[in-house]
Design a protein around this ligand. Structure first.
Ligand code: FMN
Length: 198
């Protein structure tokens, strides 16, 4: 599965950034499969492996996706204006990214399958989130950029995305853009005091 490690895990953790603009370059199929496979190697509660990932890549599927994302962008704008009242440029950049997905050649939709797991939704969501983070780190390892988005969920568009791309596959938890970065964002400073050792 893996063709050798290009960079150290620590470096992948520290250099992974949310990338919101991508080059117009397609991803080799085996690279995409490697990243999806990395997602499935995450830990999961009692090993349910409750994730289902849909990689949107074809022009037709991507057009459907950006059509829905245009509506997500319009719906989320008021809350962004409230959050960043003195930074209209942040609002414009974020809504623009959501609308066009930064021109990403691939977008992974991450679902939580919903059979009768005797586990809470939070536990299942944690397992899927572990899979998402694995994919982000694998993408960084392979020199790709990515961005984790929950805007479609926050704007109530998750069910429409599920019905469009993966009917019957549970609940959409997040969308992840993937591709060759056209920008090199700086790491937002990390807040101090967010862990303790007792
Ligand atoms: C659960 C989750 C949801 C996120 N949703 C969005 C989103 O909807 N739109 C977006 O542009 N970025 C989104 N992000 C990316 C964050 O804004 C980003 O991780 C944060 O600003 C820190 O920057 P970094 O990823 O470069 O370290 C999300 C990240 C996480 C983990």
């Amino acid at each position: 599965m893996w063709r050798g490690i290009l960079i150290e895990t620590k470096e992948a953790i520290l250099t992974r950034r949310s990338v919101r603009s991508y080059e117009d370059r397609t991803l080799p199929a085996e690279l995409l499969e490697e990243i999806l496979e990395a997602g499935t190697y995450a830990p999961s509660a009692v090993n349910y492996q409750p994730w289902y990932f849909v990689a949107v890549q074809s022009q037709e599927a991507m057009e459907k996706l950006t059509g829905i994302m245009g509506r997500v962008s319009r719906k989320i704008e008021p809350s962004l204006q409230e959050r960043f009242p003195t930074h209209p440029e942040v609002v414009a950049e974020t809504t623009g990214f959501i609308r066009r997905l930064g021109n990403a050649p691939v977008c992974i939709l991450a679902f939580a399958l919903k059979p009768d797991y005797p586990k809470t939704a939070e536990t299942i969501a944690q397992s899927v989130a572990a899979g998402i983070e694995n994919m982000l780190l694998a993408a960084t390892d392979r020199g790709l950029g990515s961005c984790w988005l929950t805007a479609p969920v926050e704007t109530g568009m998750a069910a429409e995305l599920r019905d469009t791309f993966a009917p019957g596959k549970g609940e959409l938890l997040a969308v992840v853009t993937l591709g060759y970065a056209a920008q090199t964002p700086k790491a937002p400073p990390r807040k101090a005091g967010r862990y303790t050792i007792i």
